[in-house]
Design a protein around this ligand. Structure first.
Ligand code: SF4
Length: 354
């Protein structure tokens, strides 16, 4: 691999097709060469422009002068009993974010991060305690996927991606959209749009902008309450975009045939898990094309909440099923290795102050 002065060159990862086409046009290089270079980098995993044998020597050296390749580093990996692997990824400036690789029979899902910390201050979330340190770049977002895939065996390669790690993806809008374009592009990472899900706490204006991008990525909405008073307490963003505004946005959101939104509902004992909550939730979701994921809270040391009993969770689910919703209980993965959002990174933060 080349070892250029990376402070003077641009990271190739995260460079969009449009940007590379623009650069090639300034160099008087045909646009179709972008496809060739992308194929080398993303399909053949080539990290050295001098090896790109169907590219002219002059273009190869222009590329090497302009770009370098840099990925987040795996700083720590922790294996769970359930087969998941939690990764702590170190970025160029030493900041750390976490990702979780979760295998099942039919898929290998990567949960990745979009921000170092988060500013939305949800009261059940450990990442919130970090505050927002900074946004990730598009390169750092896709870089988590590429770096982890590079160390996984062929049979374990990532098939599905969920943007549900640290941060609110739509609060880092531009880089997240750029990363998604690279992720789903057949020229680049070629992940099917059906297999990518972006989770949001309900930033309605950004959701409206997002639908205009025509990416056809699945959306998961972190709802977590059946009334505005409770949701205000759990998720302060609700004061700006209350439940009725969020639901109205979902009802109008264009979906491809056979697609549904995912409603995420973290169940907290005595807070949002009553029969009345289930009834109100069902009422809100009438007419919303969705499936519902019920997630019993994964408690952490400083948490003020607890998960409900299994019996309560089942009763909540049964009511929703009786109302003809697809409602699933999602057990937290990797709970023995600090699986809840933000838990690994906050431990490191406590252990190694920067
Ligand atoms: S739940 Fe998501 S949006 Fe809320 S503070 Fe945590 S990371 Fe941010």
């Amino acid at each position: 691999m080349n070892s250029p002065d990376t402070s003077k060159t641009q990271n190739f990862f995260g460079t969009s097709e449009a940007e590379l086409k623009e650069i090639f046009s300034q160099w008087n290089v045909e646009a179709y060469r972008v496809h060739q270079v992308f194929t080398w980098v993303y399909h053949y995993h080539c990290r050295d422009f001098s090896e790109m044998s169907n590219i002219s020597k002059s273009l190869r050296s222009q590329l090497a002068e302009r770009f370098h390749f840099s990925l987040p580093k795996v700083q720590q990996r922790t294996h769970s009993k359930d087969g998941s692997i939690k990764y702590l990824m170190e970025l160029n400036d030493g900041a750390v974010v976490e990702c979780v690789w979760m295998p099942s029979e039919s898929r290998k899902t990567l949960c990745l991060s979009t921000q170092v910390g988060c500013r939305l201050n949800c009261s059940f979330c450990l990442t919130a305690s970090l505050g927002l340190k900074r946004n990730l770049t598009a390169c750092e977002i896709i870089g988590q996927h590429i770096a982890i895939n590079e160390e996984l065996e062929e049979k374990d390669q990532i098939t599905n991606v969920v943007f549900m790690g640290m941060g609110e993806p739509l609060d880092n809008y531009g880089p997240v959209v750029d990363a998604l374009r690279l992720m789903i592009s057949p020229e680049a990472m070629k992940v099917s749009t059906r297999k990518v899900t972006v989770s949001t706490s309900g930033l309605v204006e950004k959701m409206k902008a997002f639908q205009e991008e025509n990416l056809h990525i699945n959306l998961a909405i972190s709802l977590n309450a059946s009334d505005n008073v409770t949701r205000d307490r759990l998720m302060p963003i609700n004061k700006k975009y209350p439940i009725e505004v969020l639901i109205d946005c979902l009802k109008k959101y264009p979906l491809k045939p056979q697609r549904r939104h995912t409603i995420e509902y973290v169940l907290l004992e005595g807070i949002n898990d009553s029969d009345e909550d289930a009834q109100r939730l069902a009422k809100w979701l009438q007419g919303v094309p969705c499936k519902i994921n019920l997630i019993p809270f994964n408690a952490f040391d400083s948490a003020e909440y607890r998960p409900p009993s299994d019996q309560r969770v089942l009763k909540f689910q049964n009511y929703l099923i009786e109302q003809n919703f697809s409602a699933f209980i999602r057990k937290n993965r990797a709970t023995d290795i600090l699986g809840a959002c933000g838990q690994l990174a906050t431990q490191v933060e406590v252990g190694t102050p920067r």
